[in-house]
Design a protein around this ligand. Structure first.
Ligand code: PNW
Length: 496
């Protein structure tokens, strides 16, 4: 091992955290799984390697580079398509239990559809899974993390209900090929992020910015697609493959502005998280009541012949309800929810009747949307438990962005404070089974390009070899994984 400056700093730091002034550590529960996460378009590169087809993010970044903060794309990214063995060796060295990665749809179906399957595409994931398992890491496979064949986008993408069948065709091949070696599946990552950003807005491909709240139509199809893949897994694969399958939902936590307001944070939760979670995890299924009432009312006042929030039939409600073996939670930050006074005959502002602000005292990150609010992590874990009972919660993403320094103490502080809140929530009875750090390495942060660094490893994007270097947070995780104990940072650095 090379003894560079950051390593020496780390040793000093580890001595600090073991110093006599430190409070004692917090052990992780037995069998708790700790991993690291990534997604295909963000790390793989090899955008047209071995016959891969063009996907929506290839098309978007190549044709509308001005939509990306630094005009960049994921053509090469971290080059994990070629460097996966290195990535796995690093994760093995740090000591992670699992690696959460996603499958590139257009690598498997280069022309977009199931009648043309790429052997090379399939081989890449077989090789990656084999490499992981041979090193004792569990593959945690996300089937869809925002990239789909461009031809499907041309046909309407997630606004076209055919996407339900196309996604199921893709999932079937994923189960058939990789299922025998994979215990954990995620169907779809963060529906609200791409439904809002891609169809209702401009922050994700295809940035259609459609009227009529296209995000509602997108979500309707996503929920059906998720449920269909779940049922297929249960009917055709589960008895022989013995895996579990769920969905990853991005849920923020909401605080109130005024002490007396106990209602608005719950309404905000229903719009932010319940929109996706209620149809799957609640006792009765379907969208949250508050969304149904407010959006129906707004649609009526605005003169629409039907609600802009589509309706599930009762059969669909039952088909979707219960289709997840665990609650996959991606959590980064919190907001304060502020109610908007409703005026007579005016409807609910923004369909919601509230807006969100942050407390200026919450520390910032390199991403405008991400403030450091550790108590919100405990808050959302308790809220999910309260709303949806004892379903196991798998935390599938949590992390912090900065400008890329190797000495990333702010990231270590973030992980420490969030993990401590999680362990407290577990003590209070939240059934949390796993935790994944976002991300194993700096990567392509969608429309933020390469400006926001979430990695435990630094990647040199100016180096053709895409050299990976441990940040202090990677050393910190290695120490955590050896001891299986969360050791304090703040107290010790303050006291020494
Ligand atoms: C997630 N928010 O996106 C995605 O799953 C990752 O691909 C991404 O790199 C990572 O988080 C960091 O951004 C999010 O506004 C985007 O709360 C926005 C939010 C949360 C997650």
């Amino acid at each position: 091992m090379k003894f560079n400056l950051s390593f020496v700093l780390l040793i000093t730091f580890i001595k600090d955290i073991h110093g006599e002034h430190c409070e004692k550590g917090w052990p992780f529960p037995q069998d708790f799984l700790i991993g690291a996460a990534s997604a295909a378009y963000q790390v793989e590169g090899g955008w047209n390697a071995s016959g891969k087809g063009e996907n929506n993010w290839d098309w978007f970044t190549h044709n509308k580079p001005w939509m990306i903060a630094d005009q960049s794309n994921g053509d090469v990214a971290c080059d994990s398509f070629h460097k996966y063995k290195k990535d796995v060796a690093i994760m093995k060295d740090i000591g992670f239990d699992f690696y959460r990665f996603s499958i590139s749809w257009s690598r498997i179906f280069p022309t977009g559809f199931a009648n043309d399957i790429s052997k090379d595409g399939i081989k890449y994931y077989h090789d990656l899974i084999h490499e992981l398992r041979s090193k004792g890491l569990e593959p945690f496979v996300t089937i869809y993390h925002w990239d789909h064949p461009q031809v499907l986008e041309q046909m309407g993408g997630w606004i076209n209900e055919m996407m339900v069948d196309w996604f199921t065709d893709f999932s079937k091949i994923v189960f058939q090929e990789f299922g025998p070696k994979v215990k954990y599946f995620v169907t779809i990552n963060e529906p609200s992020s791409f439904c809002y950003g891609g169809y209702g807005g401009t922050s994700k491909a295809p940035a259609w910015n459609l009227p009529l709240n296209a995000e509602y139509l997108c979500m309707h199809n996503v929920l059906k697609a998720h449920a269909k893949a779940y049922h297929m897994y249960y009917e055709k694969f589960r008895s022989t493959q013995n895996g579990i399958i769920g969905i990853a939902l991005p849920c923020n936590h909401y605080f109130h502005k005024n002490e007396e307001d106990s209602i608005t944070p719950d309404i905000a939760f229903q719009y932010d998280c319940g929109w996706m979670a209620n149809p799957i995890f609640s006792k009765d299924g379907d969208y949250p009541k508050i969304m149904r009432e407010r959006i129906d009312e707004n649609s009526r006042i605005q003169g629409w012949p039907r609600s802009r929030l589509p309706k599930f039939t009762q059969t669909e409600v039952e088909y979707i309800r219960g289709t997840s073996d665990y609650f996959g939670l991606n959590h980064y930050t919190s907001y304060i929810a502020v109610p908007v006074q409703k005026e007579v005959n005016k409807g609910w502002a923004n369909d919601r009747g509230f807006y969100q602000i942050v407390d200026p005292k919450w520390p910032v990150s390199a991403s405008s949307w991400l403030r450091v609010v550790p108590e919100g992590f405990g808050g959302i874990l308790r809220k999910i438990t309260k709303e949806y009972g004892n379903t196991p919660i798998y935390v599938l993403e949590n992390g912090y962005s900065d400008t890329g320094s190797l000495n990333d103490l702010d990231r270590i502080n973030y992980y420490y404070s969030y993990l401590k809140e999680m362990l407290l929530a577990i003590k209070d009875g939240c059934n949390v089974k796993s935790y994944a750090a976002w991300s194993i390495m700096d990567n392509y942060e969608w429309t933020e390009g390469y400006n926001a660094h979430f990695g435990l490893l630094q990647v040199d994007f100016n180096d053709a070899r895409r050299k990976r270097t441990y940040k202090n947070s990677a050393h910190w995780f290695k120490n955590l994984l050896q001891s299986r104990t969360l050791l304090p940072v703040q107290n010790c650095t303050n006291n020494n």
